[in-house]
Each structure stands twice: as C-alpha cells, then as structure tokens.
Design a protein around this ligand. Sequence first.
Ligand SMILES: C/C(=C\Cc1cc(O)c2ccccc2c1O)CCC[C@H](C)CCC[C@H](C)CCCC(C)C
Ligand SMILES: C[S@@+](CC[C@H](N)C(=O)[O-])C[C@H]1O[C@@H](n2cnc3c(N)ncnc32)[C@H](O)[C@@H]1O
Length: 257
Amino acid sequence: MTSLLQFSFSPVAGHPRRRRQQQRIVASADRQALFSRIAPVYDNLNDVLSLGQHRIWKRMAVDWSGAKEGSNVLDLCCGSGDLAFLLSPKVGVDGQVTGLDFSREQLVVASSRQNMQSKACYRNLKWVEGDALDLPFSDCYFDAITMGYGLRNVIDKYKALKEVYRVLKPGSKASILDFNKSTDELRTSIQGWMIDNIVVPVAAGYGLAEEYRYLKSSIQEFLTGEELEHLALKAGFSSAKHFEVGGGLMGNLVATR
Ligand SMILES: C/C(=C\Cc1cc(O)c2ccccc2c1O)CCC[C@H](C)CCC[C@H](C)CCCC(C)C
Ligand SMILES: C[S@@+](CC[C@H](N)C(=O)[O-])C[C@H]1O[C@@H](n2cnc3c(N)ncnc32)[C@H](O)[C@@H]1O
C-alpha cells in the first residue's frame, strides 16, 4: 500500500519570526472565541464560583484607579462590563466610561445590561470593540484605567502595558486586577485544587470544561506580583505596586504614569 505523504507548505514555515507572529494571531483568535463562547454564562458563573467575592475585588480595583467625578476613564478588556458599571456612578453624568473588548458577544452582554438600567449615570457608558494591544485612542487621553482579569489573557502583556501607559494622562493610575500567581506553594495548590475540583466540574455542566480549564494554565503562565511591578516600570510607569487580595488568590497592580 503506497503511503500518502502529505506536505503542508506554509510560507511562514521557514521564517521563525513570522511563524511566531502567526502563532500569536491564532492564540489571540482562540482567546477571542473562548470569551465569546462563555459570554452567556460568564457573569453567573463568576458569582456562583467566587460566592460573589469577585464583586468585592472589582470594587477595590475601581477604588484604586483614582476615578472621580467628571473623569474620563477606560475599562480595558471590559467583557460584560462589571468594572465599567462600577466606574459609571463614580465619574457621574459629567464623566465618561469607555469599555473596550475584542469579543463582540461580551460587548453585547454589556450593552444589554446598560439598556436594562434606569439610572441616568449609566448614559455615560460607551462600548468599543477593539484590541488592547492596539488601542484606538490618542496619547494621554484617560484620567484612569481599569483592567479586570484582562492582562493575563492578552498574548503580549508588555505591549498591553505600553498601550495602557500611552493612553493614560501623566500622574494618572492604571488598576489591574487578576488572579495572583503566588510564590507561596500552599496558595498555588489551593488555587489549583479549587479550579480542578470545583470550577471546571461546574463549568462542565454548561459544556465549558475546557474553557474554564484554561484558567489554571493561564495563571501558571502569568507573572508574579513582583514581576508585574517590574514589567510596569519597564513599560514606563513611574511607580507600580501589587497588592494581594482574596487571601492571596487574587492580586491588583496599581501603576502610576
Ligand atoms: C471574576 C473572576 C474570574 C474571571 C475570569 C477570568 C478568566 O481569565 C477566565 C478565563 C476562562 C474562563 C473564565 C474566566 C473567568 O471567569 C474570579 C472569580 C470567578 C472564578 C471563575 C472563580 C475562581 C475560584 C477561585 C480559584 C477561588 C475563589 C475563592 C472564593 C473566596 C470562594
Ligand atoms: C475574564 S474576561 C474579564 C472581563 C471583565 N473585565 C471582568 O472583570 O469580568 C477577559 C476579557 O478580556 C478580553 N480580551 C482578551 N484579550 C483581549 C484583547 N487583546 N483585546 C481586547 N479584549 C481582550 C476578552 O474578550 C474578555 O472579555
């Protein structure tokens, strides 16, 4: 029997740099698709799986951003808009909150949540479909930036921090909340055990086991608090401090331009 040798000629095959770029494009598209798939259940599962605690962590992130009455603020990787909705009453009717995400499905959820609100301040919200690695905003444009569970999910963390720095006004803050890649083995074990034995089995009930299994690998591939501080300083921020919250399961980087 003749063996059928299949050659897949790829124009990027011989070029390592182009191959890496191609791989990044795929990785980014995969993540975009992942968050679009989980959009219908994302908010509910966050509430159930964190026993509502994530709302406390998000409120802390917004407070650390320094957003105040009349501010022009950005909620980067806004998803269904949790942090944007917390920013909205803080900046008030004279302020502006822009939520940016590259998942249209997540933005549809955010926009429909806004339409269900009656409070006048929520009219200061607007939603932009875009890439955190190539922000469609001018330099020095925002008075504060929040990023909730977004930095761990972008494929180039340094580029994302450079973009945050670029669009932030001098002296203003970026408040970046995410899972904490702990240096403490016990915390890492507890975090991993909860994802493996609670988060993924619950998500499996919605046919989303693989999507939530990604959480563990993404945390393993993330940066520690100290590494995040150093990366923020390398990106140009004048100061950066990482605070552990949620018993060390989560962390919040506050970087000042
Ligand atoms: C709001 C939270 C996570 C958002 C989130 C971030 C991601 O990168 C994802 C990637 C893929 C699928 C889903 C997400 C995602 O939801 C944090 C809370 C929700 C978590 C899903 C629950 C994690 C459980 C913690 C390990 C322990 C919680 C302890 C609590 C005191 C009970
Ligand atoms: C875990 S969700 C966080 C949503 C929301 N900030 C919250 O705290 O619940 C991560 C979000 O980041 C978005 N995202 C990931 N990479 C992105 C990128 N390069 N540009 C824009 N959005 C991105 C995803 O589409 C997803 O909505």
